[in-house]
Ligand binder design. Structure first.
Ligand code: NAD
Length: 297
């Protein structure tokens, strides 16, 4: 398939590489020229705008930070909708609020283009390995059409319901992830402050009832998981500001549903404290720094 791919960040770049590896022809756009050059080296062709990236393709994929970026990329004068042919499907894998996804779907449909929300889970490791989970909001027919392409980038492709339901699933997952990461950071910090060896404690948690992805795959305590951002100074991975954005999406959605999220609200304030102290660019597992002695005095 010929695919236009827009947004080559921590997630988008490895996802686009996997499309190339599976034999798709990929044309790319990103504001960051270094990111574009790296994909061109891997076999993609570079485009000068989202409009050109969406021209003469059979599918468009976007992987952008937040709803405002998706709106710009879709609707700008040089945006996707200015270049895309009628009937070509747009898959947005960014994490955004369900209401925006539904609004973008209406906009796209007015141009004759199906729009699919397909946010992902699995982190940068999952993106590189092609093992992401895709949470897809689309009609049955459009889901069946995009599934084979998503399989080049992910292992679990799940149809969550109509447009917006992929984002609902993603927001709830990340609400829980933000809470579990803070919980693991708290437990690891307490244990080591009480004198237990960090590796012993992590080993116990990971074979006991406290085990979760935040403890066994992405442990925030340095030296536990070699491939986790905690092993490389909290660089790369999933930014604190992106987690803060997702907890904000959960808070907004909870308000509209009149549903309390007690722990989510507390977690949101913890990531806000990290961001406000200038650490929003670090991986979200850097939340453990809030527990360092003196930090909270
Ligand atoms: P990122 O900040 O690393 O990458 C975003 C990319 O979008 C950057 O390369 C940036 O230059 C580009 N961009 C921004 N505005 C643009 C525009 N107008 N036109 C073209 N390109 C533009 O973000 P990421 O970590 O790749 O995350 C992308 C999305 O995926 C976010 O919504 C995030 O919440 C979600 N997500 C991230 C992870 C993760 O582990 N990083 C996991 C699951 C989901």
């Amino acid at each position: 398939m010929k695919i236009g791919f827009i947004g080559l960040g921590n997630m988008g770049a490895p996802m686009a590489r996997n499309l190339l590896k599976h034999g798709h022809t990929v044309q790319v756009f990103d504001l960051n020229e270094v990111a574009v050059r790296a994909l061109v080296d891997a076999g993609a062709s570079a485009c000068a705008s989202p409009k050109l990236a969406a021209t003469d393709v059979e599918l468009v994929v976007t992987m952008l930070p937040a709803s405002a970026h998706v709106r710009t990329v879709l609707t700008d004068e040089n945006g996707v909708l200015a270049g895309i042919a009628p009937g070509v499907t747009i898959v947005d894998s960014s994490t955004i609020d369900p209401a925006s996804a539904q609004a973008f779907a209406k906009l796209a449909q007015a141009h004759g283009n199906p729009f699919v929300d397909a946010p992902v889970s699995g982190g940068t490791g999952g993106a590189a390995a092609g093992t992401l989970t895709f949470m897809v909001g689309a009609s049955e027919a459009v889901y069946a059409q995009v599934k084979p392409v998503l399989e080049a980038m992910g292992k679990n492709i799940v149809h969550c319901g109509e447009t917006g339901m992929g984002q609902v699933a993603k927001i709830c997952n990340n609400l829980l992830l933000g809470i579990t990461m803070a919980g693991v950071a708290e437990a690891m910090s307490l244990g080591t402050a009480l004198g237990i060896d960090s590796k012993v404690l992590a080993g116990i948690i990971n074979t006991s009832t406290g085990r979760c992805w935040s403890s066994d795959t992405y442990n925030p305590y340095p030296g536990i998981v070699e491939t986790a951002p905690s092993a490389r100074g909290y660089t790369g991975g999933f930014g604190t500001d992106l987690m803060l954005k997702d907890l904000g999406l959960a808070a907004d959605a909870a308000r509209s549903a009149k549903q309390p999220i007690f722990l989510g609200a507390l977690a949101q304030q913890l990531y806000q404290a990290m961001s406000s102290s200038g650490r929003g660019g670090l991986d979200f597992s850097a939340i453990i720094k809030l527990y360092e002695r003196g930090e909270h005095a």
